[in-house]
Design a protein around this ligand. Structure first.
Ligand SMILES: [Zn+2]
Length: 213
């Protein structure tokens, strides 16, 4: 079994279409990475959040990245749910920021996600970063599009607890949504824990479509 050594990662990029996507998709993995290596430089980019959602996104990112010595949080305001129809602007944004960074590891949406904004972000990540390790995170949703991920990150129960509690408390504007509940987040952590034989019972899972050894 191949294991990636977190100590060797110096910089990561986390990209999310919406305010809470990164936290839900790979928040536990980020917490684990930083617990093992706080010297990682983190670029955290949320593409669509305004007003209250933007404030929540920044507060949440600050909390998830508390241990990071070097972090850059950027929240943009591209139009929620309309990403494919304003793709030119978003692609220009990707082109611009890709000139400034070259991360060792990138977290983005799953390329086969059924949400149009998520999918476009994943496509543009692959279009833009052409010599990088890209891992795609998953988000459970009404569309029922969960796939069969092939990378698993076992997480301690305390890391899962922090992921779920921070996410739920940070995004108060989402609490009327039926899917935005601690048990929903715990359930996927538990299923991925079963699939990876996690000693703690919990894991996050990601899709890796290309790995160069
Ligand atoms: Zn989203």
């Amino acid at each position: 079994m191949l294991k990636i050594n977190f100590d060797e990662i110096k910089s990561i990029l986390c990209v999310g279409a919406h305010a809470d996507d990164i936290e839900i998709g790979c928040g536990g993995t980020i917490l684990k990475l930083l617990a093992e290596n706080s010297s990682i430089e983190v670029h955290w980019i949320v593409l669509s959040a305004t007003d209250e959602r933007a404030e929540e996104a920044v507060r949440s990112a600050e909390s998830f990245l508390r241990e990071a010595q070097d972090k850059h949080i950027l929240v943009k305001d591209f139009r929620d749910t309309f990403f494919p129809y304003c793709g030119t602007e978003i692609k220009e944004f990707f082109n611009d920021f890709s000139r400034e960074i070259s991360p060792d590891l990138i977290f983005t949406h799953w390329l086969e996600d059924r949400h149009q904004d998520h999918r476009l972000v994943s496509e543009l990540t692959w279009n833009t970063f052409r010599d990088h390790l890209v891992l795609e995170y998953e988000i459970a949703k009404y569309e029922g599009d969960l796939g069969k991920p092939n990378i698993f990150v076992p997480l301690s129960e305390s890391i899962c607890q922090r992921k779920v509690e921070t996410t739920v408390s940070a995004f108060r504007s989402q609490q009327s949504k039926k899917w935005f509940t601690p048990d929903a987040f715990w359930s996927l952590l538990r299923i991925r824990g079963i699939e990876s034989n996690s000693p703690s019972k919990f894991a996050e899972a990601l899709h890796c479509r290309k790995l160069i050894l």
